[in-house]
Write a protein that binds this ligand. Structure first.
Ligand code: BG6
Length: 791
């Protein structure tokens, strides 16, 4: 028989410092918990235990509970399996055996398994819940669905829940989702929009279990409690570097079908380690309980990260991985997986507070030790002439130690030569008795050490937060998409990159040591060990840059990365020459996605570029407000201008918005821009104009059919595009052809067809506007990558 046990739930929301009153305490009633995937690995290891802990902790409130395990299997098959798991849950150490037995017995009686496969199954569950509420005259507090199933099943389950299982009498609905939430920006957006058609954002709880780890949850409170010590030193003048590290010793056998598609960056760096990085570097919220403020501050930090590309990462793969993949995924012997099981990423925050501070995010499987920590290493400006072991001469660091490793317990450690921290929290205590261990280079006795009085499992913490509706510990949709937009370009740049093969465990020796060189990261030891079967397909001359002729002009060709590198070098040379000669460099840049790689290259590699003497002009603009994502200026701003030190008054967006309207002839925007050019640019000759070519041969915003003489001697004109947004403002051929130098950048297989057609044209024609680009002094160079040139 299914018995309802009255639970006393007063403590349910008494999570210290959350500052939010629980809905459960406001409205005692009945809570139905449904774990879908009830006999899976996660449920077995953590979820049932987490729900039991919450149940045990809440024995003083007024709510009642029922627990349903759900899944695809029939009830006959799954019920015994599920109860086997339930019987294994454990009680807190300090609980008497009798009490433990009683609570476990109650918990088991409150639980049942239900097959949840079809819509009818969900409808039956809803009917069952409603009947129960009616029979026992209970009001409903809410329904909690925990989706512990592969992400591809989310949309379908969410739809069924929405159709059939919403509480009818005003109780809440909370649906908990486990990562992965997509594998790149696009798939995350697709998943988000599918889920949004069934569930409201406030109903979704996206779990990142790292946010439930006690030490990680303590980062912001620690920063607040120790604000007076940290404020003066939490910046680029004092911090040498930040490291966020998760080292694991296990392999990934048994999880290949997931892991081989995801790899270490998607598995733990995009989520767990990025979250920790944000907690360390975000502006301290004035109210730690305000979800909105926390999310906004996190987003600000993500937005200010410098772009991450191939040079900001090194990857590795443990030696046995490929054969494990072949075996577990039934692949043939010649199958090669390039999935990284190790990665070290170097990030930088483009904000005055942390400018230039290296932030390392490192994780790997099959490493020498199991340990997770975030450490902030401070510069030490004390020079000890004699007693170099004296306390002032030692490294100065703050460590958030997640657990495992030499210390074996989670802790916050502050070097004694920094300050004595305050932890205003009865749930934390200072450790003064130290064993003889050393933590990241210092004996533990050299730190002030604080640890939680009671250790809680991350999932149990988060489950309690779900009940209390405390959303700070979960991933908001803005946060998720913003994080993917940082990681997606880096992941795409690694698409066909070869990971360094490492033997695993202690044998890795120095093989995974890394070297930071300015904004770039590389392996310290240059020896790259690639197993013989992994050498196929590498190109011996992949780094070559070819010089040649295209359409009667000079051409540079290479693989895209080298090509962009060469163009950036050529642009810097032109800039330096112009500054030497006239003290100023006038650069006109075009929009579109092709130049993004060039912008990143300039921002991340060309620190000596004379930005202070550079004026940036637009080649063309779409008639949309400048802050919109479609605006060329907005793209240029986000990918280049935002990251370099260029004086504001040297930046010249096109005035497409005047008198609160867009590109209206009478507002004379084109003439205003032209007049600025004539005033500032000597002879109206830009030093360097960067152009692209569209599929139809258009360049700037000069589209097929536009006559070369159409704009006479005007330098700027309003034009019409065949694709939306139709209205544009553009430099004319007159302005372009007056430039000292013009670069035409063409990249990607998609442009091959157009390049082939162009190469066959004998003369310039208005049908192919790009053929009318003929700078007077013949200083046109085509930069065409191999994909576009050879297809
Ligand atoms: C999970 C990853 O999210 O986190 C695993 O999928 C990883 O690959 C685990 O091992 C690490 O978590 P913890 O809590 O053991 O450090």
């Amino acid at each position: 028989m299914f018995v309802t046990v009255l639970l006393l739930l007063g403590a349910l929301c008494a999570h210290k410092g959350h500052g939010q009153e629980s809905e459960a305490t406001q409205r005692p009633g009945h809570v139905s918990v449904v774990i879908i995937g009830a006999t899976g690995d996660l449920a077995r290891k953590y979820l049932w235990q987490g729900f039991f802990n919450t149940y045990v902790n809440q024995v003083k409130g007024g709510n009642t509970f029922s627990f349903y395990g759900g899944g695809q299997s029939s009830s006959d098959k799954a019920t015994p399996l599920m109860f086997e798991i339930l019987k294994g849950v454990s009680c807190p150490k300090d609980m008497s055996q009798e009490r433990c037995a009683l609570l476990k017995d109650q918990f088991l009686r409150l639980a049942q398994y239900r097959q949840l496969k079809t819509l009818e199954h969900y409808q039956d569950l809803a009917k069952h819940i409603e009947k129960k509420l009616q029979d026992e005259a209970m009001t409903e507090t809410g329904r909690l669905f925990y989706l512990s199933v592969p992400a591809y099943a989310y949309a379908d389950i969410a739809d069924k829940i929405n159709q059939s299982c919403r509480p009818t009498m005003g109780g809440w609905l909370r649906v908990v989702l486990e990562k992965p939430f997509g594998h790149d920006l696009l798939s995350a957006e697709v998943l988000a929009s599918q889920l949004a058609s069934s569930l409201k954002e406030e109903e979704m709880y996206r779990i990142d279990h790292y946010l439930g780890k006690q030490v990680i949850a303590k980062i912001l409170p620690f920063r607040k409690e120790n604000k007076k010590f940290l404020d003066p030193i939490w910046n680029k003048h004092h911090i040498e570097r930040v490291e966020i590290v998760l080292k694991e010793t296990l392999d990934v056998q048994g999880r290949m079908s997931f892991y081989d598609q995801y790899g270490v960056i998607r598995d733990v760096i995009q989520n767990h380690l990025t979250e920790v990085m944000m907690l360390l570097t975000m502006r301290l919220p004035s109210n730690l309980s305000s979800s909105e403020e926390v999310v906004q501050n996190k987003l600000r930090i993500l937005d200010s990260l410098l772009p991450l590309g191939k040079n900001q990462v090194v990857i590795g793969q443990y030696q046995g991985y490929n054969s494990e993949v072949q075996l577990e995924l039934n692949k043939t012997k010649d199958h090669i997986s390039l999935t990284p099981t190790f990665a070290a990423v170097l990030a930088h925050i483009d904000e005055a507070q942390f400018e230039g501070v290296p932030i390392l995010l490192i994780s790997g499987k099959m490493l020498d030790k199991r340990v997770g920590y975030a450490r902030v290493v401070f510069k030490n400006d004390i020079f000890c002439l004699q007693n170099q072991n004296g306390v002032h001469c030692k490294p100065r660091q703050i460590i958030f130690y997640f657990g495992h490793g030499s210390l074996q317990y989670p802790a916050v450690l502050v070097s004694k030569n920094l300050f004595k921290p305050v932890l205003m929290d009865a749930e934390w205590k200072e450790v003064t008795e130290h064993s003889d261990v050393s933590v990241l280079g210092l004996p533990v006795s050299d730190y002030y050490v604080h640890t939680p009085t009671k250790q809680h499992e991350a999932y149990s913490e988060l489950i309690a937060h779900i009940f209390s509706g405390h959303k700070n510990s979960f991933i908001s949709i803005e946060n998720l998409l913003s994080s993917w937009s940082i990681w997606t370009p880096l992941l795409s740049s690694l698409n066909s990159a070869y990971p360094r093969i490492y033997p695993g465990g202690e044998d890795n020796g120095h093989m995974l040591d890394i070297h930071l060189k300015g904004m770039d990261i590389s392996y310290k030891n240059e020896v790259v060990i690639i197993s013989p079967d992994q050498t196929a397909g590498t190109s011996a001359n992949s780094a070559k840059v070819l010089q040649g002729k295209f359409c009667n002009a000079d051409m540079v060709s290479a693989w895209s990365e080298e090509l962009v590198g060469q163009l950036a070098v050529d642009m810097q040379e032109a800039a330096e020459a112009a500054v030497l000669e006239s003290g100023v460099f006038h650069l006109a840049l075009s929009g579109g996605s092709t130049p993004l790689a060039l912008f990143h290259r300039l921002a991340l590699h060309h620190f000596s570029f004379p930005w202070r003497n550079t004026h940036v002009w637009m080649v063309d603009e779409r008639c949309v407000p400048l802050a919109e994502v479609e605006s060329n200026f907005r793209t240029l701003h986000d990918h280049l201008l935002h990251h370099v030190r260029i004086p504001y008054f040297n930046i010249h967006p096109m005035p497409v918005e005047l008198n609160h309207r867009l590109c209206v002839e009478e507002d004379r925007g084109a003439q205003i821009y032209e007049s600025d050019i004539r005033t500032l640019v000597n002879g109206s000759s830009f030093h360097f104009v960067l152009l692209g070519v569209g599929f139809n041969g258009h360049t700037a915003s000069l589209f097929p059919g536009a006559k070369v003489e159409e704009h006479g001697q005007s330098l700027v004109a309003l034009t019409e595009s065949p694709v939306k947004p139709h209205q544009r403002m553009s430099l004319t051929f007159t302005a372009i052809n007056r430039a000292h130098r013009v670069a035409l950048l063409v990249m990607g297989k998609g442009k091959h067809e157009m390049i082939t057609q162009l190469s066959r044209l004998k003369n310039s024609t208005d049908r192919w506007p790009v053929t009318n680009v003929k700078p007077d002094n013949n200083r046109l160079v085509w930069y065409i990558d191999y994909d576009a040139l050879i297809g």
